[in-house]
Design a protein around this ligand. Structure first.
Ligand code: ADP
Length: 617
């Protein structure tokens, strides 16, 4: 087993060596912090740089004595300088006013380890306030009197010389920036505030409490506004009291050094060192002040959150919301009404269209009946009229048979008889064709047609239906291109009615009075732009009563009359945007009915239907 024993001895030696080395390496690691050559303490210079050094020199002396081998130095800085030095790690400790401390605590992790003890009767927790001073006998008594005044301060950033007073002013609804005539910044040292007020450059000034009492001259010449009596506080103050200045470490401050410094400074006594420190005070009151003023770490409260905006502008928001709601309601209502009205309108239009369709159908039916009625009235003579060509045809046929039987049938006789037969058959077919066309049931149409062609066709129909048709002359004064846009059958119906009435009015009178005349020309004056088709007769004429009621439905003076003809004729004329009127034919016997129809725009195109009048006459 000698080898085993050898290994054990070797391991034991290694462990011993490691154990011996271990304690030596631990202090070596801690050494850099403890052996730092210089301990830097940043102090806020609120009475001016020299005053700061003078005021805090007991601290430097005490620490220098407590930390042998290290240099303790005081670095006096203003607010921003102190902040930057702390942020850059250039100082190990800082001494500053409570307000500034609270800001650095929030931002840079400054942590108070001591609070300055002002000595009896003042306690460290209730040691700092502001005195708002005015010249004795100025007449100003309360903080509220400061509205519209010029107020001197060292700087808006000082704690005891402004911010604490700002809180009290704010509680009374006074905003220094808004309500003072001027916030006069005089800078350090704070004695400048007394001087500014004494000179009359400012009506009032804000200084740290107890500064006034430090000089008899100031005590005699100045008074403090809203001076309150705080227990255990020997000076006049216009504000509540806050804890005294703290001494704080920073994040990079070595804990061991912090402990040494704390112990050394706690051991200071006012009697021996002229300054005393106490355990850290509660700085909650400072936080509350900052929160109320929304400054320092609570400046974010000023940023408008939705809630804050809503609280601040709720009357406007409410008014806007109301307006919006009203507008939405209005829009919805209008939409609804438009919807309802549109539906009503559509229904009304549909009803109207249905009614119009019914009226059209009735009108067509009435027209048809009227045409049949005219035909009915003429049917007696019509049968007679048809009888004539049939009889002629029969005569010629019999004559051909006879000649054939007699052996006297010549080619000429056959040609003559056949020509007559064909002519008479065509005449009968023509009459029947016209009547069929006239009587057939159909929907109204619109065609471009020359007024003369309409008259010629109507006259042909009229004459074709009568055995002893009167003479009818047609005179057309319109240019060849003139046309009207009409339903030709309806207009023929009107003309046929007028011709038949004229014929009826002259029945039984000498043949000279039976002639009828149709004259076509363009109207003048009121009828300008209209084709006038006048049917004139030389019959019985019209008495006053008949003239009054002529166009009334069912007015008739005839035993077999219906009294519908003229009323239907007028309806047809009006449906063509035309008129049907009656005239007394210049006082002569008979009367004249005039149908006027709007002429179409003149074009070089001839109308669709045009008849050669002469051929029919
Ligand atoms: P009807 O011919 O069936 O009587 P109308 O409406 O055509 O119906 O005519 C109404 C009345 O107007 C006739 O009965 C007649 O008294 C009068 N009348 C119409 N035309 C003439 C005319 N040319 N001359 C005299 N009286 C006429």
């Amino acid at each position: 087993m000698p080898a085993y024993t050898g290994v054990r001895r070797l391991l034991g030696a290694v462990l011993f060596l490691l154990a011996a080395l271990a304690p030596a390496s631990a202090p070596a690691r801690a050494a850099p912090a403890d052996t730092a050559e210089t301990v830097r303490i940043g102090v806020l210079a609120f009475l001016g740089a020299d005053a700061a050094i003078g005021e805090w020199s007991p601290v430097q002396r005490r620490l220098q004595a407590a930390l042998p081998g290290r240099t303790v130095s005081l670095v006096q800085l203003d607010h921003h300088g102190l902040h930057d030095a702390a942020a850059a790690g250039e100082i190990d400790f800082l001494i500053t006013n409570p307000g500034h401390y609270v800001e650095l605590e929030a931002e840079l992790g400054a942590s108070r380890i001591l609070t300055l003890d002002p000595g009896p009767p003042r306690a460290p927790e209730r040691s700092i306030g502001s005195a708002v001073i005015v010249k004795a006998g100025s007449g100003l008594r309360t903080l509220a009197d400061l509205r519209g005044r010029r107020v001197a301060v060292v700087s808006p950033e000082v704690f005891g010389g402004f911010q604490t007073a700002w809180r009290e002013l704010a509680r009374q609804g006074i905003d220094p920036q808004r309500d003072f005539a001027e916030l006069k910044v005089v800078g350090l040292p704070m004695t400048g505030v007394f001087e500014a007020v004494a000179r009359g450059d400012a009506d009032a000034g804000i200084v740290r409490s107890c500064l006034l009492e430090s000089r008899a001259e100031w005590r005699n010449n100045f008074t403090v506004l809203d001076a309150r009596s705080e227990p255990d506080f020997p000076c006049a103050t216009s504000t509540r009291l806050y804890p005294d200045w703290p001494l704080a470490t920073l994040r990079q401050t070595p804990p061991a050094l912090a402990k040494e410094v704390t112990l050394a400074l706690l051991a200071m006594s006012a009697a021996r060192d002229g300054m005393e420190w106490a355990v850290p005070a509660d700085y909650q009151a400072v936080h509350e002040m900052f929160r109320e003023l929304q400054i320092g770490p609570y400046a974010y409260l000023r940023e408008p959150t939705l809630m804050v905006l809503a609280e601040r502008y709720w009357p406007w928001i409410a008014a806007f919301a109301l307006l919006l709601a009203a507008w939405i309601l209005y829009t919805v209502r209008v939409e609804h009404l438009v919807h309802v009205r549109t539906a009503e309108l559509r229904a009304a239009l549909a009803a109207r269209e249905a009614l119009e369709a019914r009226i059209r159908a009735n009108q067509e039916q009435a027209d048809h009946l009227a045409r049949l009625s005219v035909l009915g009235e003429l049917s007696g003579t019509l049968a007679h009229e048809l009888n004539q060509p049939l009889a002629t045809i029969a005569n010629y046929a019999h004559s051909l048979i006879r000649r054939s039987d007699n052996g006297r049938l010549t080619d000429d006789a056959v040609r003559e008889a056949s020509g007559e037969i064909a002519g008479q058959a065509e005449r009968a077919a023509g009459i029947l064709g016209r009547i069929r066309g006239f009587a057939k049931k159909r929907a109204a149409v619109r065609e471009r047609v020359a007024p003369g062609a309409l008259a010629t066709e109507a006259v042909a129909l009229f004459r074709g239906m009568l055995a002893h048709a009167p003479e009818v002359s047609i005179e057309d004064a319109l240019p060849a291109s003139a046309f009207v846009e009409v339903d030709p059958l309806q207009i023929q119906q009107v003309l046929l009615n007028l011709l038949k009435n004229g014929y009826d009015a002259a029945r039984g009178l000498p043949p000279g009075r039976q002639r009828l005349a149709v004259r076509i020309d363009e109207g003048t004056g009121e009828s300008a732009g209209h084709a006038r088709i006048a049917v004139r007769d030389h019959g019985s004429g019209l008495d006053a009563a008949a003239r009054e009621r002529l166009f009334e439905p069912f007015f008739t003076t005839k035993s077999d009359g219906l009294g519908l003809g003229l009323s239907i004729c007028r309806t047809i004329a009006e449906a063509h945007r035309g008129r049907l009127t009656v005239d007394d034919a210049g006082g002569g016997p008979g009367c004249e009915f005039i149908l006027s129809l709007p002429l179409g725009p003149s074009t070089s195109e001839p109308p669709e239907h045009r008849t050669d009048h002469a051929a029919d006459r």
